[in-house]
Structures are given as C-alpha cells and as structure tokens.
Design a protein around this ligand. Structure first.
Ligand SMILES: [Zn+2]
Length: 132
C-alpha cells in the first residue's frame, strides 16, 4: 500500500480551519503522461467545505483535484459512493464521490464525471463520463 510520510498541519484559508497534509508518492501508471512524477501533497481534510471555493489554497488547483488525490491515495475510507459504470474501464462498482460532479473509480483509478438522470418511467440512473 501507499507509504506516507509524516502528517503536518496547516491553516486552510478556504475551509477556515486547520487541516492535515501529507505527502504521497506520485502514482506510477502508464498511459497518463500528464501525471506528476514527484510526490503529491494530499489534504486529509478534504470535504464539503472545499467545494464552495474556486481554488484550493493548498494545491492551487480546483478543489476537486485535491479530492481526487485523496481518493487515489487510499488514505480515506469513508467516502460516499455511487454505484455506476466507470466510463474508462466499463466495470460497475461503487465510485467514490469526490464532489457533486466527480467520482473516482477505485478499480482503474480514473476520475469520472457523474450525474443522476431522472427517468421518465420513474427511477433514476447514474451516468458517467470522462473528466472534463
Ligand atoms: Zn474504472
């Protein structure tokens, strides 16, 4: 599993609270040349409070990026999940809900976009797509 270095605390100006940060080795995966090849800073306190912001003050990316890092790190277990077919690997599993628009497939490590469609006949279905 993932080797983690020590955790340190810092003040997050978006969440207005102290958050725990750790470094994880960047995942080594083929076929995704745009991934960083260095360690990644992961915020262990990524949550709903982050999603109102345009920018995560710690990563300097959109908050969802930090959420995906946390999902990928495997350091959190208590994700809300949504049962859907992953757009990338085609398998149906419980995708970890990173935010209202993104869910992470733990089987292949792809971030899907997701939304719930209300069907005319009643019932709902979750549809997924590639990250935009
Ligand atoms: Zn997948």
């Amino acid at each position: 599993m993932t080797q983690t270095s020590e955790t340190r605390k810092t003040w997050c100006s978006l969440c207005q609270k102290e958050v725990r940060l750790t470094l994880t080795p960047a995942p080594a995966r083929s076929g995704q040349a745009n991934l960083p090849d260095h360690e990644e800073l992961v915020c262990l306190d990524f949550g709903e409070g982050c999603q109102g912001g345009d920018l995560c003050p710690i990563s300097r990316f959109r908050p969802v990026v930090m959420g995906v890092r946390l999902a990928r790190s495997g350091l959190r277990q208590d994700w809300k999940t949504v049962r859907a077919q992953c757009e990338a690997c085609g398998r149906v599993s419980d995708l970890e809900v990173v935010d209202q628009g993104h869910a992470y497939c733990t089987l292949c490590g792809t971030t899907n976009t997701w939304m719930i469609l209300e069907l005319d006949e009643g019932g709902r279905v979750v549809v997924t797509g590639r990250r935009t």
